[in-house]
Design a protein around this ligand. Structure first.
Ligand code: CIZ
Ligand code: SF4
Length: 354
């Protein structure tokens, strides 16, 4: 639906008043009405780095979800304030791994006698607490673009990896890119005693996958791939690695949001694509590339937005910008110093990956 012209005008005015003091980041999965005010767009990692490259901006307005705003706070200087326009914009995947659960898991690994061989690798889509746990235990962060490099590095440091919190990215990378088998992977369920695993199962595993997933990407099924191939002959199926293993195995191409955008930019006119990622991004790409004769459809038949991403809407953005323009710092996301130090260690290991 088109944005309310009144709100558009108010957002424009507030942003103009703030000038260089504000830098607005827009995640690829944000609504069009919000994206129109973004100074840059990108995935969570690119946005955190873009924020760090703007030290003159006192306020970083992060149009995305909570863990992304935390990462931006960790990577920017102390006098830059990161603002999340709606504090209820969380991430169901990040919420699937709490600090207490992960500490308990480490105790289970210790009791099984394997903790010393285990290197944690945590997806960017995790809370600052989980990133700090990762840094403290010698591990690294990864994104969906560098997960293979992160795992290669981790297996040089130790014999096993604890992969948090997205089981699908962990499994898909291990099996598709590293030549491991499904049997090399076990799933640790934080809601079961000992993760639902025996000490022998833990000792035999190479990849210990946390039982987390993305509620949006987890909805694509093998059936959606088969359906679209039937409906659109010659279609290229391109999915995000947060999708289930069977979906990734049936797809033609697999990659991060940045990969998806580059693949469509490079696609020839007349080519047809079914994309398995969040719907705001897919619709925007379909509109952008339609004039070039590229047919882009959403992989599933049902609508599939990320409900927490969508919480950031134009009214919330206007409220945040107007508050800042009036000198009221609202909805600041600030990671405490100790957590920040360990989380930064894990993020820096990622930045140093070959
Ligand atoms: O699924 C998400 O939330 C993604 C792809 C986040 C990101 O890394 O930008
Ligand atoms: Fe979290 Fe999935 Fe939404 Fe991304 S798309 S913010 S991983 S729930």
């Amino acid at each position: 639906s088109p944005s309310d012209p009144d709100l558009v005008e108010r957002a424009r005015k507030a942003k103009e008043k703030l000038g260089d003091k504000v830098f607005v980041l827009g995640h690829h999965y944000q609504r069009d009405e919000v994206i129109q005010f973004a100074d840059v767009t990108g995935d969570s990692f690119k946005l955190a780095r873009d924020a760090a490259a703007r030290p003159e901006a006192e306020y970083i307005v992060f149009c995305g979800v909570h863990f992304m705003a935390e990462s931006a706070d960790i990577l920017t200087s102390d006098d830059q304030k990161v603002v999340l326009p709606d504090l209820a914009a969380g991430c169901s995947m990040a919420d699937m791994a709490t600090a207490e659960q992960v500490a308990e898991c480490w105790d289970v690994l210790t009791e099984a006698g394997i903790a010393e061989q285990v290197v944690p690798v945590s997806y960017m889509n995790s809370s600052a607490d989980i990133k700090a746990f990762t840094g403290k235990h010698g591990g690294t962060i990864c994104t969906s673009s560098n997960a293979k490099r992160a795992l290669d590095w981790a297996f040089e440091q130790g014999e096993k990896v604890l992969f948090l919190p997205d089981q699908h990215l962990g499994r898909n990378t291990a099996v598709r890119d590293m030549g491991m088998s499904l049997e090399d992977c076990v799933v640790y369920n934080p809601h079961r005693p000992n993760g639902g695993l025996t000490a022998d199962e833990l000792r035999a595993a190479k990849m210990i996958l946390w039982r987390g997933h993305c509620s949006v990407h987890g909805r694509f099924s093998l059936e959606s791939v088969n359906d679209v191939r039937e409906r659109i002959p010659g279609v290229n199926v391109l999915v995000h690695p947060e999708c289930k293993h069977e979906v990734v195995a049936a797809a033609d191409y697999v990659g991060s949001t940045e990969y998806i955008i580059k693949a469509l930019e490079a696609a020839p006119a007349g080519s047809k694509w079914a994309i398995g990622t969040e719907l705001n991004l897919v619709r925007r790409l379909a509109n952008r590339f339609a004039p070039e004769g590229k047919e882009i459809v959403f992989l599933d038949k049902t609508v599939c937005f990320c409900s927490t991403m969508n919480r950031i809407d134009l009214p919330h953005l206007v409220w945040a910008l107007e508050s800042l323009a009036e000198g009221n710092l609202v909805n600041r996301i600030e990671v405490d110093k100790e957590t920040e130090a360990f989380a930064k260690l894990a993020l820096e290991r990622m930045l140093a990956l070959p």
